[in-house]
Design a protein around this ligand. Structure first.
Ligand code: ARG
Length: 469
């Protein structure tokens, strides 16, 4: 990371193609292989589920266009963290960094790893759901493996990323072609009376969105690395306009294919939908689908480990995170303390969690902060803080996204108050208890200084900040 940051700060290296793959490569991961059944389950009908998938794509598009404006007005890396810091002040920014480190990122790591595990073990348990313990064990092994790989070598883990990106595109295209063949052969029963049984209610719609939006998450990924992007005012909006419609179309076609091959009931009862799809279309080659879906999740997890370090790093640069978390290994130049920290929390999340509840928590918390970030954009727009070259979106776009985000955050609570959401909210607020002594009054307990020195020697890490100034 050290070397990367140094180099990337001097040279802007990410061009349009890398920018598009940075967005699409993170978005396409576990969700499209895991969430379709939950979207269908909550909304109740195939027609309704396709509408939700399209609406999620639209929301991701509007959200990322608004973020493109933010990225060209506030030119620093760090995504939501830096935007909230520059528009709403240090406390909300700290709460975001705190929640992101302790909830959002570990939840996404655990969720993707569970999807990997579900598919990796599927071929060994044909016809019956695999034991939960086995799935969790494999998920934990996958997290540990990737954590070690990312601690050892940044470059290596980046080049595997390209391979996995290709694997997932090929598998989605195979699913789409299979679906088209099935549709031509007259398998259209799922689409007759497509909207029959649609459940219209605030909570079901909100839950269906949570699951769908998980698959689209990553639309904001380029905003974490604005400082490294060539001509951000051109490439940021352009990359978004290419990547997000591309992913939306792929997701819609894949869902149509699932529904062409399976009845809605079959889809809902499958624990690994791509495997059921494979059994019906590829016959004895169905294991290929498990491999493809597992590789897709593996690649997305690798990317999440890699890019996740940046928010923490920028927050540490601003003095909002313990120094140790922004340090890198002296020779390998990998951000090992931050990686080890995320790994430990992710493993804890994995113990009680299942894919569906992890994704719900993730979406709830993530959209809470997307709304705050976009309120900052509205503030900038009202104050007309614009640079001549910055990209601008019509003001209705962030307004639509903010209203949707408020709905997404409040819907599950108002309609069916689950105690878990109260816990998450209290957790976010509990960050204030850390903010006041450690950030506001800059108290640094003696043991923390000692622990930093000890960990620094033990992990052979050193501060990385100097290179970025
Ligand atoms: N969309 C991804 C998937 O379907 C999950 C992305 C998690 N978020 C992130 N920023 N890495 O698996």
């Amino acid at each position: 990371m050290n070397e990367n940051t140094q180099k990337l700060n001097l040279k802007r290296e990410i061009g349009l193609v890398s920018a598009v793959s940075l967005i699409a490569g993170t978005m396409i991961g576990s969700g499209i292989f895991m969430s379709p059944q939950w979207v269908l389950y909550h909304i109740g009908s195939p027609g309704g589920s396709l509408v939700i998938w399209a609406a999620c794509g639209l929301l991701a598009m509007l959200g990322s266009l608004s973020y493109a404006e933010l990225g060209t007005v506030i030119k620093e890396s760090g995504g939501e963290y830096i935007y909230i810091l520059r528009t709403s002040g240090p406390l909300p920014a700290f709460l975001l960094a705190f929640t992101s480190m302790l909830v959002v990122r570990p939840a996404s790591i655990a969720g993707i790893a569970l999807s990997f595990a579900e598919y990796a073990v599927a071929p060994f348990y044909q016809g019956c759901p695999p034991p939960e313990l086995v799935v969790k064990f494999v998920a934990a092994a996958c997290i540990l493996l990737l954590a070690i790989a990312n601690c050892l070598n940044v470059r290596g883990s980046m080049s595997i990323q390209v391979f996995f990106m290709a694997a997932k595109l090929i598998s989605l295209v195979v699913i789409i072609i299979g679906g088209v063949v099935m549709l031509i052969n007259g398998h259209t029963s799922s689409f007759q009376n497509a909207f029959q049984g649609t459940i219209v209610g605030i909570n079901p719609i909100g839950m269906a969105f949570y699951q769908g939006l998980w698959s689209y998450d990553g639309w904001n990924n380029l905003n974490y690395v604005t400082e490294e992007l060539k001509r951000p005012e051109v490439n940021l909006p352009r990359a978004v306009m290419i990547a997000i419609p591309l992913v939306t179309v792929l997701y819609l076609l894949v869902n149509i294919s699932y529904l062409a091959v399976m009845t809605p009931t079959e889809l809902m009862s499958s624990s690994a939908v791509a495997v059921t799809w494979g059994n019906k279309v590829l016959g004895s080659w169905s294991w290929l689908m498990s491999v493809a879906a597992a590789l897709s999740s593996f690649g997305s997890l690798n990317g999440t480990f890699f890019s996740g370090g940046r928010l923490c790093y920028v927050a540490a640069r601003e003095g909002h995170m313990p120094d140790i978390l922004s340090m890198a290994h002296v020779q390998r130049l990998t951000p090992s303390p931050a990686l080890i920290f995320s790994t430990a929390i992710s493993l804890l999340v994995l113990i009680p969690g299942n894919f569906k509840s992890i994704v719900n928590f993730f979406s709830f918390t993530a959209w809470f902060f997307y709304a705050i970030t976009l309120s900052g954009l509205l503030y900038l727009k009202l104050k007309k803080r614009h640079l001549p070259e910055s990209y601008e979106v019509p003001v209705v776009i962030p307004i639509i996204v903010i209203i949707s985000a408020v709905f997404l955050v409040l819907a599950p609570i108002i309609d069916d108050p689950g105690i878990e959401y109260l816990y998450v909210s209290l957790f976010i607020l509990s960050g204030v208890m850390f903010y006041i002594p450690f950030i506001h009054f800059k108290l640094c307990p003696n043991f923390l200084t000692k622990a930093t020195v000890f960990l620094q020697l033990f992990l052979e890490v050193a501060p990385t900040e100097k290179n970025t100034d």
